[in-house]
Structures are given as structure tokens and as C-alpha cells.
Design a protein around this ligand. Structure first.
Ligand SMILES: [Zn+2]
Ligand SMILES: [Zn+2]
Length: 308
């Protein structure tokens, strides 16, 4: 199962009614954390996510609302005694930032910490057996990266009927076929996985993009996503303001979600000027452009079903 928890949906500063931006993506027993605004520890403690499975933290850019929660997070990770290295991925400057925090705050750290500075307009931040995380540069006031978690293609559905017809006994042989191995029957015959599996299923894709003006890279990053977390900081009437500040409106976000052909989009990084009751208005503006877009709320959970 892949599950996402929007830990915080606010931009600029933490408010009594809204946490700062951060997204947890849970897959394969791990938690990938995207951005770590001031106070991100609090929503984590309000959920069942836990600290220990967090081993990779991806930072979009070096603006305070996205990184000031990082030192506290690295300190808290020490208490969970991670059983391997923790990695912080981010744009140029992230290594300096982490280094300065460690030196000046002199916090204890017993686990290995690696910092992965990402260069270029696009690339791979993390490659694992079951998935990878890629990045693309967005259009903000400073270098800012959007990320996509892309699951590797999954084997097709296992046909119990076909397996029985072919005389494969229920048990370990079924599991081996599902993992793509050929099995030999007691009768000496060989059964290949493609005889009992349907066509491979495309892996799932989750995209995290904050902060940015509308841009081609954003659409390309989001192309075909199952779930697209996208900055929508302002309502449509403040488009000039948004552009000047290196941000975008909910309507611009919705147009790009439609162009990218995503299945579902979630708006976040709202300006503190909007109270929760105002957000329905922003949601309605966005849905007029693209019906499958919604307002992201703090602590909202999203399960991403396996593709058919
Ligand atoms: Zn921001
Ligand atoms: Zn920013």
C-alpha cells in the first residue's frame, strides 16, 4: 500500500489553525518526508507515522517555512536510533545549512547522516529497488525543486484459475511465479510466469511541488500522476501578487493539473491570510478548471490504490 499524509498545508508561517508544509509518503515500510517546516514534529506525533521509518528527507528549497523544522527532526531521529543512515536531499546550499545547524547547536547524533545536493534541471534523487524519487527545478525566487515518487512497474495479476489448469500446486510455487521465477513441476514440465500473470501494471506516481510559478517543468513532473500535491497559495484575484512573489494561484495550479493529466490533485501551501472557512472559496475556483482537485487539510490521509 502507498499512503500519503499531508502533515501541514500552510505557507510562510505556522498558524494556530494550520501547520507548515510537510508531506509524508509511506511505502515499503518506509516514510519519505517532503519538506520540514517549523513544528513538523507536532503533526507527526499526532499521527501513527512514527519517527523511526523516516530515513529520507527531501527539501524543496531553502526558505524558512520549508526547512526550519529540520534541526529538531534530526535531533528527534537520534532518539529513535535509526538502524542505518539518514539522508537529506535538497538543492545547493542544503549541505551548508545542515552543517551550520549541527555545529552551532552541537546536538548529539549517533547515526550516520548523508546530505545529497541535487544539481541540474532534473535528475534522480534516490533510486531503490521498488521505487525512485526524481526531481525537477521549478520557478521560484530561489532554486526550488519539485519531486516525484515513482514506483517501479508491478507484475501483472496472478490467475489462480490458470495456475490450477496448468497443474501448479498451491503453495510456494505460486509465490515464485508471482515473483517472476519459472517453476518446474513434479511431472518435469516448466511453467513460466507469463503463463499465469496478466500484463505488468504501471507503477504509481506521487508528486510534491511547492513553491513555484506556473512552468513547463511543473507540468512535466506531474505528468500522469496518481496524486499531485501542488502549491496553490492564493485565490485567482491575486494572480499578479502571486507572480511577483514567485507563487501561483489555485486556478493556475488546477490548469496545470489538467494539462498534466493527473488522476487527483491536492492544493496546499496556503497563505496565512486565508482561514479554514475561506478555503472552500479557493477550492471552488480550482474545481471550475479541473474537477479532480481539492483543498488539502492538515493531517489528511490519502491511500493510492494499485493501478488496475
Ligand atoms: Zn513556502
Ligand atoms: Zn519559498
Amino acid at each position: 500500500m502507498i499512503e500519503c499524509v499531508l502533515l501541514g498545508s500552510g505557507g510562510m508561517m505556522p498558524m494556530p489553525y494550520r501547520f507548515l508544509v510537510s508531506l509524508a509518503v509511506r511505502l515499503e515500510g518506509r516514510t519519505l518526508l517532503f519538506d520540514c517546516g517549523e513544528g513538523t514534529q507536532i503533526p507527526i506525533k499526532m499521527t501513527k507515522i512514527g519517527i523511526k521509518p523516516i530515513r529520507d528527507i527531501f527539501i524543496s528549497h531553502l526558505h524558512a517555512d520549508h526547512v526550519t523544522g529540520l534541526p529538531g527532526m534530526l535531533m528527534m531521529l537520534n532518539q529513535s536510533e535509526p538502524d542505518g543512515p539518514v539522508r537529506v536531499h535538497g538543492p545547493r546550499g542544503i549541505a551548508d545549512y545542515v552543517d551550520a545547524q549541527q555545529r552551532t547547536l552541537a546536538f548529539e547524533r549517533d547515526y550516520p547522516l548523508e546530505v545529497n545536493e541535487l544539481h541540474g534541471a532534473e535528475g534522480v534523487a534516490l533510486a531503490e529497488d521498488g521505487f525512485e524519487v526524481v526531481f525537477r527545478q521549478l520557478r521560484h525566487r530561489t532554486r526550488c525543486l519539485g519531486y516525484a515518487v515513482i514506483e517501479r512497474d508491478q507484475p501483472g495479476r496472478f490467475s489462480v484459475e490458470r495456475a490450477r489448469e496448468l497443474g501448479v500446486p498451491e503453495g510456494p510455487a505460486w509465490g515464485r511465479l508471482q515473483r517472476g521465477e519459472t517453476v518446474t513441476l513434479e511431472t518435469g514440465g516448466e511453467i513460466r510466469p507469463d503463463q499465469v500473470l496478466g500484463p505488468p501494471r504501471a507503477g504509481r506516481k506521487i508528486v510534491y511541488a511547492s513553491d513555484t510559478r506556473p512552468c513547463r517543468n511543473l507540468v512535466e513532473l506531474a505528468r500522469g500522476a496518481d496524486l499531485f500535491f501542488v502549491e496553490g497559495m492564493f485565490e485567482d484575484e491575486l494572480a499578479d501578487d502571486a507572480n511577483q512573489k514567485g507563487h501561483q494561484t489555485v486556478v493556475q495550479a488546477a490548469k496545470q493539473a489538467r494539462e498534466a493529466g493527473v488522476a487527483r490533485a491536492v492544493l496546499f501551501h496556503f497563505s496565512p491570510r486565508y482561514r479554514d472557512e475561506d478555503l472552500a472559496r479557493l477550492g471552488a475556483q480550482a474545481r471550475a478548471e479541473f474537477p479532480a482537485i481539492e483543498i488539502g487539510r492538515d493531517l489528511a490521509r490519502f491511500e493510492i490504490p494499485v493501478r488496475p
